[in-house]
Write a protein of this length. Structure first.
Length: 416
């Protein structure tokens, strides 16, 4: 059955959603003119009281997404954004027993942070949603499992430098430390949103203008970090948060700048190579242009729904990044409404030769800004044409009135 052709809104020029299907996300660009706007409403993603994971709603019902609730009937509980919102004597709606995720309280900074739920679990680290007992805010605590003595020695120095990084599109590092002399942890601002990988699984690829907005926001974050001498060596959809508060414009937060110099061990999986820089795969130094490649991989996933290379072992995918050209974006997911030159921008970022990519992240951002500027110009042209049409209509009415008055005057004067 063919999908119905959607009309554009006369006010915001966005496509109208299907009748009776209000949009619950800004991942897809649709008209929101009829949606109530409550800028002071508290936006918060609920936790499931059963599995202690965050609850997401997908258009097709339950979707098996890593680190999100998959209970048949989730017991969703709202977690207040700040502790002062909790009434005296009232406990948290959900609290996490660390033993249920294989963690010991000795390997978690419980003195200051109360664990609430699970944000992510992996072979190298667990990320826990927690309450900062001092500030009352929600935070993301990342506890590393296996860190070499060499990496442990540089951890505090690197974390101290990263704590100075402050940008609206970066989840700020607010605390760090080493427990028992062997377990490092970092504490970052908690951003109420799902990562891009989760959004791709829940809602498919975003509208191309949303994809551009995400790439621009990430590019601005990288520019700020690069200025302070920091490179993001693990840029991937899982480290980019899409903040989808329907009471404001969507935003993006980049996470996990810390411990970027850790080398993968023998336990590396194919997933670890999905968003590897071609320069790293070829044994070259990691620099600003290496980030362009990984940002291009993120852009490729946003437009197609998948990374360019995902079949094979870790070593095989690594070799593909080093030697093979990625498939053309349009061959994997064709979109007639998507600008062809947007695909060309992403494919240029994925060139194996760093010299053929953009000169810098700033140059890429400058090129991406063309797309929203072009859309603004299109809307301005429509508004100008609408204004001219209205002026012509008014002129026609005035001219008609004048003709009628002249005819009346001629008739009256003719009788006299």
């Amino acid at each position: 059955m063919d999908k119905p052709v959607l009309e554009s809104c006369e006010t915001c020029f966005r496509l109208k959603s299907e009748a009776g299907q209000p949009s619950l996300t800004q991942w897809k660009t649709v008209c929101r003119c009829d949606r109530p706007y409550s800028p002071n409403a508290q936006y918060s993603i609920a936790l499931c009281a059963r599995c202690k994971k965050r609850v997401a709603t997908a258009p097709t019902g339950i979707v098996r997404v890593p680190d999100l609730c998959t209970c048949e009937t989730p017991e969703a509980r709202s977690i207040v954004n700040h502790l002062t919102q909790v009434k005296p004597g009232e406990v948290e709606a959900v609290e996490l027993d660390l033993s249920t995720v294989g963690m010991s309280p000795a390997n978690f900074p419980t003195e200051r942070y109360k664990p609430l739920g699970i944000l992510g679990q992996g072979p190298r680290a667990n990320v826990i949603l927690a309450r900062d007992k001092q500030r009352g805010t929600k935070v993301a605590v990342k506890c590393f499992k296996q860190v070499s003595p060499e990496a442990l020695a540089q951890f505090e120095k690197e974390a101290k430098n990263l704590a100075r990084l402050n940008h609206k599109n970066v989840a700020r590092l607010i605390d760090y430390g080493i427990l028992n002399g062997k377990t490092p942890y970092t504490v970052s601002e908690y951003k109420d949103g799902f990562n891009l990988g989760q959004y791709l699984a829940l809602h498919g690829t975003p509208s191309h203008d949303v994809a551009v907005m995400i790439l621009l926001s990430v590019g601005e974050a990288l520019m700020a970090a690069n200025k302070d001498g920091h490179f993001h060596r693990s840029l991937k959809p899982g480290n980019i948060i899409f903040i989808d508060d329907m009471n404001s414009e969507p935003a993006v937060a980049v996470t996990d700048f810390s411990l970027g110099k850790l080398k993968l061990d023998a336990s590396a999986t194919p997933f670890d190579a999905f968003y590897m820089s071609a320069d790293e795969a070829r044994g070259l130094d990691f620099d600003e242009r290496s980030q362009l490649y990984t940002l291009g991989l993120v852009g490729f996933a946003l437009l197609t729904g998948v990374p360019p290379f995902q079949m094979g072992s870790y070593a095989e995918i690594k070799n593909k990044h080093a030697l093979e050209l990625p498939p053309q974006i349009a061959s994997l997911k064709f979109d007639a409404a998507r600008p062809r030159d947007l695909e060309e921008v992403i494919e240029r970022c994925l060139d194996k030769d760093p010299r053929n990519r953009f000169d810098s992240v700033a140059k890429l951002v400058e090129r991406l800004e063309v797309f929203p500027a072009r859309e603004k110009a299109r809307i301005a042209a429509i508004l100008a044409a609408r204004k001219r049409r209205k002026l012509l209509q008014i002129s026609a009415v005035v001219l008609g009135i004048l003709l009628v008055l002249c005819a009346i005057a001629y008739f009256v004067l003719g009788r006299h």
